[in-house]
Design a protein around this ligand. Structure first.
Ligand code: HEC
Length: 112
């Protein structure tokens, strides 16, 4: 029985990671992030240009005193600057989607 429970919980874990990845990928595509950014952890590798790979966050995000989520949300709304510069593109979607996107990028950054 224990083994069955283990296999089941593992399968559930995998399927939820997949659902999150699919949702995050859709948000990144719908909002055109992947035109500039690679996200190699999600297999988005076509972007040209100098934007960083969003598979990992920089210290600007993770070292922010209010935490990476607040940083990402503020950065994408062009309320927070980085070295005196604003993000290349202003967020046009909903606040709820921006929250989901920020959570997804933080989760991705936490993976090895
Ligand atoms: C027009 C090109 C362009 C588009 C479109 C774009 N970005 Fe960026 N983004 C950049 C560039 C360039 C940087 C690097 C800025 C810097 O480091 O000064 C950046 C930086 C970032 C960072 C900071 C990364 C870090 O770890 O410091 C995040 C997060 C980010 N972008 C998310 C997004 C998301 C989410 C979208 C889609 C809603 C998006 N970007 C769309 C060009 C773009």
């Amino acid at each position: 029985m224990k083994i069955i429970a283990f296999v089941l919980s593992f399968a559930l874990m995998l399927s939820s990671a997949f659902a999150d990845d699919a949702a995050l990928t859709k948000l990144l595509k719908d909002n055109k992030c992947e035109k500039c950014h690679k996200v190699t952890a999600l297999g988005l590798a076509d972007a040209k240009g100098k934007a960083p790979d969003l598979s990992h966050l920089s210290k600007d995000a993770t070292g922010y005193e209010k935490g990476a989520k607040a940083w990402i949300q503020g950065w994408l709304k062009k309320e927070i600057t980085k070295g005196g510069k604003k993000h290349a593109m202003a967020w046009k979607g909903s606040d709820a989607d921006l929250g989901t996107l920020a959570d997804g990028l933080i989760e991705l950054d936490g993976r090895k």
